[in-house]
Design a protein. Structure first.
Length: 270
């Protein structure tokens, strides 16, 4: 993982502590801290990418070293998921807060608008990224929506499919690219884009684009705070999410928390 925070280009940039949770390292950053980091990088004309690591991403990275390496390539990895936050706290190396892709979509767009920068939305069904772009433009006065594109299903394995996506985004020259394709497709797409737009920042934001477009809403804030957003999503999309949430992620989350507590006890409770 490249850490621009320790570069000599900006001596005032703080070094961000990292905490290992399963097979990934998450950074002790708040949402505002992420936005500040990206702002500094824009001023320095350096790009980067952000992984919003939820339980599903941590689980996948633990099963596949190639996916763990893909996550480690990002400049910033934040805890998107309360079990990830709880695991860090149980291990005695806490992160300050959950930082979700759904929230970063808005906060980074607001920061981009304030600084006169542009955004590109990539992902979702046809029409969805365009609708999300209109919402962002209305909510963030001054934001330049450089483009929006819904890649066809299977584009990443179709001949020329990834090239078409890269050409669409590169031609728009955005400063911020919001990529909602699901892990690991969105991270692989970001890896393909970065050489063509090295000064841009990229966020793998999962379902945040259709959420911003109003296709479905987030859980109530109180449910988010206690780590129950997954249950709200499950009620909205039981067929699509039941297997992943109940048979895969929930048992893994319990194992992750138990392992973090065991490590804390072995370290003498520090």
């Amino acid at each position: 993982m490249v850490d621009h925070s320790s570069g000599a280009a900006d001596a005032a940039t703080p070094v961000v502590p990292r905490t290992r949770v399963g097979a990934v390292e998450v950074m002790a950053l708040t949402e505002t801290g992420v936005c500040d980091h990206v702002s500094r990088a824009w001023r320095q004309k350096t790009g980067g990418s952000i992984v919003t690591a939820n339980v599903d991403i941590v689980r996948a990275a633990g099963r596949d070293p190639a996916l763990a390496a893909l996550v480690a390539e990002a400049e910033l990895v934040v805890a998107d998921g309360m079990p990830v936050v709880w695991a860090a706290r149980l291990a005695g190396r806490p992160v300050p807060a959950r930082v979700t892709g759904a929230s970063l979509l808005f906060s980074l767009s607001e920061r981009a608008a304030r600084e006169g920068r542009s955004v590109f939305l990539l992902g979702g069904e046809p029409g969805v990224p365009d609708a999300a772009g209109r919402v962002l433009a209305e909510r963030c006065p001054g934001l330049r929506v450089a483009g929006a594109y819904a890649p066809p299903f299977g584009f990443d394995t179709a001949p020329g499919g990834m090239r078409e996506v890269v050409e669409q985004v590169a031609a728009a020259t955005p400063d911020l690219v919001l990529v909602g394709l699901g892990f690991p497709k969105q991270e692989r797409t970001i890896a393909a884009l970065r050489p063509h737009l090295p000064r841009a920042w990229y966020v793998g934001c999962g379902a945040a684009i259709p959420m911003a477009a109003g296709r479905f809403r987030r859980a109530p804030e109180g449910l988010q705070r206690i780590g129950g957003e997954w249950l709200f999503r499950l009620l909205l999309e039981p067929r699509r999410l039941a297997r992943r949430y109940l048979r895969e992620d929930a048992p893994f989350a319990l194992t992750l928390l138990a392992g973090a507590l065991r490590d804390r006890l072995r370290a003498g409770g520090r």
